[in-house]
Design a protein around this ligand. Structure first.
Ligand code: SAM
Length: 236
């Protein structure tokens, strides 16, 4: 997979081996190539309301009883933004347009650019309620036919930025009521999972929720979070 994804960069630079490409990508003469390599190597599959049970839990168990000033959610491997905008729709439906914010981050600058635009193809909306589409999205016409854009009110509530989960967290990040870290731990080994999860757990408020994918588990990863049900954890 790595070889086939990077093959087009070797072609682009007329290189015949991966060692030479790696040397180029890490040299000061090509300052943008390392990020280009990262963008190509990451797997960014995502869609609106993926794993719908998480959004039901978010609405019914987390949001409904919540009383407070500013509800903060972090979509910590947001890819092209569908997860963050799905959360924004649920928040807008349940809290209105005040008192909440979403921070969404990824390692790939390519997907973050797409996320900030908030423009998506109409044909991958199997899990999205049509009512939410009509209420929070604008359908494209003429040259934009087949696409929709998340409306500006919602887009302005989601801040996208680059965060590498391997590194210390940005100092101004603050604390969150909920962190979604779905479908990214699968790419990490056990030690890396532990470091990433424990680092992110520090950014949760006490009582905050930590949500991973149904295909992932924190078994033997950390004892800092308590499992509420499979894939849903809580900070004591
Ligand atoms: C498969 S997508 C998951 C998107 C979304 N959370 C979902 O479940 O649909 C995984 C994302 O993790 C990002 N990623 C991989 N390694 C990362 C790292 N070290 N730091 C931040 N993001 C990373 C990738 O760029 C990719 O967009």
């Amino acid at each position: 997979m790595v070889a086939s994804r990077l093959a087009k960069r070797l072609d682009y630079y007329h290189l015949d081996n991966y060692g030479d490409y790696y040397a180029l990508a890490t040299s000061a003469d090509y300052p943008h190539e390392f990020q280009m390599m990262v963008n190509i190597l990451t797997t960014n599959e995502t869609y609106f309301f993926r794993e719908p049970k998480h959004f039901e839990f978010f609405r019914d168990t987390i949001l409904k009883p919540w009383r407070g000033d500013n509800f903060r959610v972090w979509s910590a491997a947001s890819s092209t933004g569908e997860e963050a905008y799905s959360l924004a729709m649920v928040l807008a439906e349940n809290l209105g347009m005040r008192n909440w914010e979403i921070f969404a981050s990824d390692l790939s600058t390519r997907v973050l650019d797409i996320a900030r635009q908030g423009v998506y193809l109409m044909d991958r909306l199997d899990h999205m309620d049509k009512r939410l589409l009509d209420k929070y999205c604008l359908k494209g016409v003429r040259s934009q036919e087949g696409f929709f854009r998340v409306d500006t009110k919602l887009r302005s509530r989601v801040k996208f930025d680059q965060v590498n989960l391997m590194n210390p967290l940005p100092p101004a990040l603050g604390k969150f009521e909920v962190i979604f870290l779905r479908n990214v731990l699968i790419y990490f080994d056990q030690d890396t999972k532990k470091h990433v999860v424990e680092r992110l757990a520090k950014a949760l408020k006490p009582g905050g929720y930590f949500i991973i994918s149904h295909s992932e588990s924190l078994h033997r990863v950390t004892d800092q979070l308590q499992m509420i049900k499979p894939s849903i954890y809580r900070k004591p």
